[in-house]
Design a protein around this ligand. Sequence first.
Ligand code: NAD
Length: 298
Amino acid sequence: MSARIIDGAALSKAILEELRTEVAEMKQRSGKVPGLVTILVGENPASVSYVARKVRTASSLGFHEVQDSRGADITEEELLALIRAYNADPEIHGILVQLPLPRHIDEHRVLLAIDPDKDVDGFHPVNLGRLLIGGEAVTFLPCTPAGIQELLVRSGVELNGAEVVVVGRSNIVGKPLAVMLGQKGAGANATVTLTHTGTKDLAAHCRRADVLIAAAGVPGLIRPDWIKPGAAVIDVGVNRVGFNEKTGRAILAGDVDFAEACKVAGLITPVPGGVGPMTIAMLMKNTVRSAWKHLRGI
Ligand code: NAD
């Protein structure tokens, strides 16, 4: 058996095309476009590169894009004041603070300061609470879990009644994803098992999965004999496993032994080019949604 490879880059491109049309329609109807501010503190190379990609994508969709870069010596109070100013700015519908922040700044306080109705990352406790309730209560879904759900749905994976196993219980991926896929409704309604470092016999859980989602950040954790034949395997892990002198770039690998897993799985995402591009597409989708909500005054 050779797995179908899910092309996250192509799916993300299709979503961005849909959003581009929506932004043009918004501009025609209201004269407004979605406004996104990306706040970068310091010069962490990975953060600089993530922010550059987000800014490029937002600009290509016709957003009002503000990149606000601050030195690593900014105080917590100054950063909080900056966020409050963007909370009050009617041209801004989405506020993104790139993590991690320097050690002297309390990340939790910063995330709490963002207006939940501009929290397009979906990390604010208010939005996580809305996610838990589900249905109409949901405002913004966190981008990586939302990207994974969209990727599964658009690839035709049946989630209704499926056995889903999620490996990893972080607040930004595993936990929200487990809740989302277990909700009643289309593109969900699965029976979800959330596994982690305390799980006894991880292999046995994985072997039961119709949909196996690896988000542990451990290269090669998921062995091919842990995969049920024909299962959909979503590899969220992004692990730097080396450095390519020729390209000057890190060599990336997921949490799944990709080459071997391809022989067993029915469907699989590559790393890179699987979940990563979907995360950015979902950030843009959240910002467009936020702009519509603000324009309609809801
Ligand atoms: P994290 O590092 O905060 O937590 C990892 C989780 O995995 C923990 O809950 C831990 O219990 C579990 N875990 C670790 N080792 C395990 C093991 N041996 N067995 C079982 N469970 C284990 O997680 P995170 O921030 O969600 O990131 C996970 C991975 O996903 C990382 O590689 C990260 O780079 C990647 N990631 C990718 C994207 C994307 O857009 N592609 C977005 C977010 C995170």
